[in-house]
Design a protein around this ligand. Structure first.
Ligand code: SIN
Ligand code: FE2
Length: 227
């Protein structure tokens, strides 16, 4: 009997069945967030009323081109003092918006799909890339929990993600990321250098002329608690 590719199978392929391994502990899940993209974007729009996107300043005094905000128990911030996580949004003096259920569910299912069980992120950094903006090569080092993976969700116009090694000068590969793609890195890949090339001018039906990236992190290390 001939095999007929149904619409359903096609969707399944698009919605996360395609997994690319970058190295031990790092994976690209093509289209994994595609079905939830509209709801994720709506949630971002709601939370940015209370915690608007802003261009933070590096400790060296440079204004970051990527606009950022956060949700969850902690938010990543940068200012003249340094990079760190804080429970309070310095702009409003209020806690960051809570992490929506749909964010948590997506981050947990992406982590589980790549072998990271029991993932409970307590922070989500939300980056907005307008055309021409970029993120230079860096390691995600500010989290106290060094075990939990990073889960990164791409929405809107495409980007070229740079995936490097353990040292800044190591070779890197270029990975195009599209609307709905998710990247997970943890375990031996947790401290790999990564970055984003300058974003090309484009327009997306959901986000307009920008790319939104959500990166989930676990900031607090439960094992350091009183228990
Ligand atoms: C990040 O490294 O925090 C963001 C990565 C991305 O925008 O894809
Ligand atoms: Fe990062």
């Amino acid at each position: 009997m001939g095999r007929v590719m149904s619409l359903f199978e096609d969707d399944a392929l698009f919605q996360g069945q395609q997994q690319q391994k970058l190295c031990t502990g790092a994976f690209v899940l093509r289209g994994f967030a595609f079905a939830q993209a509209m709801a994720l974007h709506e949630a971002v729009s709601r939370m940015t009323v209370r915690a608007p996107f802003r261009n933070m300043v590096t400790p060296g005094g440079f204004c970051m081109s990527v606009a950022m905000t956060n949700c969850g128990s902690y938010g990543w911030i940068s200012d003249s003092i340094g990079y760190r996580y804080d429970a309070i949004d310095p702009q409003s003096g209020q806690p960051w918006p809570r992490m929506p259920e749909i964010f948590m569910a997506l981050a947990q299912s992406a982590a589980a799909a790549t072998g990271f069980q029991k993932y409970v992120p307590d922070a989500c950094l939300i980056n907005r890339y307008d055309p021409g903006t970029r993120l230079s090569m860096h390691q995600d080092m500010d989290e106290h929990d060094k075990e939990a993976p990073i889960v990164s969700v791409s929405l809107g116009i495409p980007a070229v993600f740079l995936w490097g090694g353990m040292r800044r000068q190591d070779e890197h590969i270029r990975i195009p990321l599209f609307h709905g793609d998710v990247v997970v890195w943890g375990g031996p890949a947790r401290f790999r250098y990564h970055g984003v090339l300058p974003i090309k001018e484009e327009c997306h039906t959901l986000t307009g002329r920008c790319r939104i990236n959500l990166t989930f992190r676990k900031v607090m290390d439960d094992s350091q608690g009183s228990g």
